[in-house]
Design a protein around this ligand. Sequence first.
Ligand SMILES: NC(=O)C1=CN([C@@H]2O[C@H](COP(=O)(O)OP(=O)(O)OC[C@H]3O[C@@H](n4cnc5c(N)ncnc54)[C@H](O)[C@@H]3O)[C@@H](O)[C@H]2O)[C@@H](O)CC1
Ligand SMILES: [K+]
Length: 495
Amino acid sequence: MRHAHPVAVVRAAEAAVMARLPAGTLMQRAAAALAAVAGRLLRRRVGRVYGARVGILVGSGDNGGDALFAGARLARAGARVVAVPLGARVHAGGRDALTDAGGSFGSAADLADVDLVLDGIVGIGGRPGLRPEAVAALRRVPADATVVAVDVPSGVDPDTGEVCGTAVRADVTVTFGAFKPGLLIDPGAEHAGRIEYVDIGLGPFLPTPWLTVLDDEDLPARLPRLARTADKYQRGVLGVVAGSPRYTGAAVLTVGGALRTGIGMVRFVGAAEPADRVRARWPEAVVTVLPDDARDVAAAGRVQAWVVGPGLEPDDVGHALVAQVLAMPVPVVVDAGGLAVLAADRSLLDGRRAPTVLTPHAGELARLLRMPPGGRRDIEEHRLAFARRAADEFGATVLLKGTTTCVASPSGLVRVNPTGTPVLATAGSGDVLSGVIGALLAGGLSAFDAASVGAYLHGLAAQLVSGPAGRPISATDLWAALPDAIPGRPDSREW
Ligand SMILES: NC(=O)C1=CN([C@@H]2O[C@H](COP(=O)(O)OP(=O)(O)OC[C@H]3O[C@@H](n4cnc5c(N)ncnc54)[C@H](O)[C@@H]3O)[C@@H](O)[C@H]2O)[C@@H](O)CC1
Ligand SMILES: [K+]
């Protein structure tokens, strides 16, 4: 599992480590690793370091210092290194090291033919946005040069991923001591490119992280355990309240997402039209058709978790359905039309003790939070902050969909999903996701695990069907790929 720490935490850990080490040790560790990555990239690009052309964009702080010391190492290996100062001063030790090693200082015009650029304009000490001289220098960097950001791409807010104005777009970001949240969340994540993490020894001084990213190896231990003796009821039963006479497909997609994630049974509860569609496509689902006034959802039978909302209309019937489901003392996923009902009547969450997972995209969250027009854009630019705020305000686990899906728990933890792909931006893919999360909840996962593991599997399934070329997919393609996205469970050996 990767984890990230905000700047204030990284600074405190750095101070604690620096107090125990000779001055400059951390910067040398950072510079050595940075030079190693740059050397590798140069060998891949031009076959060697000797004679390769390297430009360094140097700001006035220690980020520039890292870049200059790394540049000195590359110059000693024979690279032709030119540094372009962009601030009021440059790191003195780094300046001397570079010139001693045979590197030089020049102007932005000297960047015209570089193979690789080190972005040492600002790191964790920078405010978002770049000054005009930095923007002008970036324009002189050849479009095909390899760009390596030092610690963070300059212009990206390391704590939030926010970008205001121009920011460096890196091929690789070499980050020191800890991932910063802004490297993992768009738009910052997109600017960071591939991230190379360098351990400079901060580990013992970092607190338990509140922001994490699941990796492949984290999955098996986080999936519902499939005990040898479990019957279908013990394995988990999910209730799905979805679809309306107008939107019938959402019900089919949600039930399919749940069944293909692995579950004991799905009980579908809804209006006659979606119920017919579900019966026809998923004969394994147990279907209950509700009367027109939508009374008595609970009479459908016992379940361990509910999904409510895909394809529901936020009318009186929708309200009655969401109210009944949220009144039951089991975990509930609220999606789509269910979120619209909640936005209009937040009191439906009053007194609820069992876990709730809300799965809005930015527009739905703006309505839930009753933001003024433009709220959606605000949320997209500050995804982390709004996901956490909503989790706190609603006392629910909030999965904010988007370019980087963030899952926030009411206790302040966040998981950022690494498997998202733009091919998932297609109608119905959210309905499948709610079924996946519902199945994991019914299987006994916590709300936070169910939402974050669900997002992970959903993204991986999309990647599997769409392939490395990113072939277009439709939501129903995810059904077939879900079983392949689910790794072996730890106790599968029992079989
Ligand atoms: N503190 C440490 O222990 C270590 C720090 N390291 C490096 O040091 C960096 C932090 O260094 P600093 O604290 O000196 O801060 P930075 O170098 O990140 O930036 C601060 C400097 O940039 C200027 N600045 C701020 N915002 C700007 C903007 N938008 N445009 C242009 N200039 C701007 C400031 O006036 C200041 O001079 C890290 O990101 C990392 O690269 C590494 O050497 C590892 C060890
Ligand atoms: K930088």
